[in-house]
Design a protein around this ligand. Structure first.
Ligand code: ATP
Ligand code: MG
Length: 272
């Protein structure tokens, strides 16, 4: 069987108030089963939109989403998804938020709660099981949303900037922790990040997106062996790839500034 998530020639144009805005021009990408694939691209290039299309929340204007060889365009419930905003339900406790996707999938509650309790401890949220989301900081809520995606039973996980609002040290711990889980679980992950280092540290493949109307500027195969240790960040190839991606994004930023007179930030990128 064709074991992969494949996006083929996806395009999306939004129409509102009589104006059309083409966000995704032509996106083709593949996440093979067990692969960790990242997307880096300018703000507003349509990364979250792409996830909404994969999750069946919105339909593409053209193109298809294939899962394991089957056209699943517009079908909901097939992926585990962590949105950019944590989107926890305020009336559900932390543990109940964490097991939500398992509950929707009809999995046994007691087993789900046991798993959630174990994982909550691992992400530093022990003692918050019965608390409600409003008592948690933004970063803590993000960790709960991340756990909800992790515990969700689907094979393909789409994580939209999961570590965006964490402080640098917690973010770094979560990255190390995510690589170690991923190396044991071998889930298939599509990951959005604004951090080039994070993408290089975590991924097998990186897709660099252009500004909108968005296309894939480059597909990069990350050559570092696994299990990955933090030392990888010090080796020359890491720096060369980081520089290459940075230059690609910088060029896009320049193009954007030329066309609109504005400048958008490339966060966490080293100034070359
Ligand atoms: N429902 C919608 N209707 C109209 N325009 C939309 C809609 N959703 C998104 N857009 C537009 O599509 C573009 C891409 O938005 P999107 O949130 O996908 O970008 P992004 O790459 O995830 O950005 P960021 O890195 O800042 O999260 C933006 O210009 C946004 O205004
Ligand atoms: Mg986004």
């Amino acid at each position: 069987m064709d074991c992969q998530l494949k996006l083929r020639n996806l395009a999306k144009t939004f129409r509102s108030n009589g104006t059309e805005r083409k966000v995704l021009d032509n996106i083709t990408l593949t996440v093979k089963k067990g692969q960790f694939v990242s997307i880096v691209g300018p703000s507003g290039s349509g990364k979250s939109t792409l996830f909404h299309i994969i999750g069946g929340l919105i339909r593409p204007t053209s193109g298809q989403v294939f899962m394991d060889g089957k056209d699943v365009t517009g079908t909901k419930g097939l992926i585990s998804y962590m949105p950019q905003q944590p989107a926890l339900f305020p009336w559900r406790t932390i543990v109940d938020n964490a097991i939500l996707a398992r509950e929707v999938a009809g999995l046994p509650r007691r087993e789900s709660i046991e798993m959630a309790r174990e994982w909550l401890g691992k992400v530093g949220l022990q003692g918050y099981e019965q608390a409600y989301p409003h008592v948690l900081s933004g970063g803590m809520q993000q960790r709960v949303a991340f756990l909800r995606a992790l515990l969700s039973p689907q094979e393909y996980m789409c994580l939209d900037e999961p570590f965006g609002s964490l402080d640098a040290l917690t973010r770094y711990d979560m990255q190390k922790w995510l690589t170690s889980i991923w190396e044991t679980q071998k889930r298939s992950v599509l990951f959005v990040t604004h951090s080039i280092e994070e993408a290089l540290f975590l991924s097998d493949t990186i897709y660099v997106f252009s500004n909108k109307p968005t296309t894939v500027l480059k597909e990069i195969t990350v050559p570092f062996p696994r299990p990955r240790e933090e030392e990888v960040m010090g080796i020359p190839v890491f720096h060369e790839l980081k520089r290459e991606i940075y230059q690609l994004l910088k060029r896009e930023q320049g193009r954007l500034a030329e066309s609109s007179g504005t400048k958008e930030e490339i966060s966490h990128a080293a100034p070359y």
